[in-house]
Design a protein around this ligand. Structure first.
Ligand code: F6P
Length: 368
């Protein structure tokens, strides 16, 4: 009987609990043991039954309706060092775990793949230093790893949606609807800053869903052309037609100085100085990651959790680590390393202001 462990890592995202629930229950349904690693990679480094816990069917009851991640998450510096990964390997073997499913963003999945590729040398060292026996070395000579993508940013290449993205989008739309009501009362303009790291997906889709007047995203730099004139012309035209509200959305990725030097206060100043609008700035912050998951994320996370368990049970030493994706509404498997590499290339192209390359890479259908 195999033992399958699941962890959540990086920033939390709505739907992670559904993913953990599905993985635990599918593992048990298939006759495996199910474990959870608490607090992301930190739990692997700490080890022991407090951090690597065996879970039963009942332990995940009701989790579809709970936000955040109940097994905790962390951004762990120690696991970035080989010493931390050596401890992680030892603790997994001590707990009797054969396969690890990591639900996280690109950074977390990069860590997962590194862990897998280093595994033979890690267990070799553990045996040579007497930390594990020859039998354990033979039994655990291969670690199966699988990734499911949990992130509100929807920034992972090769999948159409990441777990949490549609919930965060929904939260942003709700918040902008609230802001719209008070904007309407005072005939005000609001500059709304939304999350998304290097990716403009949340800002763009929220802009469409809330009929925002203007949107700043990292993929289309504000410095490309005269954004001040363009934005003011559009806003003035809407106002001339009797609109009492103005909503401008700024993606956090558009703020970072090495991308495009735009900030909500720059936009605020232009709306006040050039159009004389009574303007406020609202930064939505972590409320975007809060609350429960929308139905889509619960379903996506559940279907992907089932597929992740199937994938680790079907993998052997020669199978590249899979990443569970969704493409045109079908749950699919992609090579984890390639997906992470492509995601990084897109982010690098945006940082280098090579937006054409970023868009071309994002559209790449390179994996069958
Ligand atoms: O990756 C998810 C995300 O919410 C990003 O949109 C944001 O840039 C970042 O995490 C915030 O991180 P933290 O919660 O560590 O402040």
């Amino acid at each position: 009987n195999k033992a399958i462990a699941v962890m959540t890592s990086g920033g939390d995202a709505q739907g992670m609990n559904s993913n953990v629930r599905a993985i635990v229950r599918t593992a048990l349904f298939k006759g495996c043991k199910a474990f959870v690693v608490m607090e992301g990679y930190e739990g692997l480094v700490r080890g022991g039954p407090e951090y690597i816990k065996e879970f039963s069917w009942e332990d995940v009851r009701g989790w579809n309706a709970e936000g955040g991640t109940n097994i905790g998450t962390a951004r762990c510096l120690e696991f970035r060092q080989r010493e931390g990964r050596l401890l992680g390997a030892l603790h997994l073997i001590e707990a009797g775990v054969d396969a690890l499913i990591v639900c996280g963003g690109d950074g977390s999945l990069t860590g997962a793949d590194l862990f897998r590729s280093e595994w033979p040398s890690l267990i070799q060292e553990l045996q040579e230093t007497g930390k594990i026996t020859q039998e354990q070395h033979t039994r655990y000579k291969h670690l199966n790893i699988c990734g499911t993508v949990g992130s509100i940013d929807n920034d992972m290449s090769t999948t159409d949606a990441t777990i949490g993205a549609y919930s965060a989008l929904d939260r942003i739309c709700q918040a902008i609807d609230y802001v719209e009501a008070t904007a309407n009362s005072h005939s005000r303009a609001f500059v709304v800053e939304v999350m998304g790291r290097n990716c403009g997906w949340l800002a763009l889709l929220a802009g469409i869903a809330t009929s925002a007047d203007y949107i700043f995203i990292p993929e289309k730099p504000a410095s490309d052309g005269d954004w001040q004139k363009q934005m003011c012309d559009i806003v003035a035209k809407h106002r001339a037609r009797g609109k009492r509200t103005t909503i401008v959305i700024v993606a956090e990725g558009a703020i970072s100085a090495d991308l495009t030097p735009i900030s909500p206060s720059d936009v605020h100043k232009v709306l006040v100085d050039k159009l004389g609008l009574d303007t406020r700035i609202t930064t939505l912050g972590h409320v975007q990651r809060g609350g429960t998951a929308v139905a889509y994320d619960r379903i996506l996370a559940t279907l992907q959790g089932v597929e992740a368990v199937n994938a680790v049970l079907e993998s052997d030493a020669d199978t590249p680590s899979p990443l569970i994706a969704v493409n045109e509404n079908k749950i699919t498997r992609k090579p984890l390393v390639e997906s992470v590499r492509l995601t990084k290339s897109v982010a690098d192209a945006i940082k280098a202001k090579d937006f054409k390359k970023a868009m071309a890479l994002r559209d790449t259908e390179f994996i069958e």
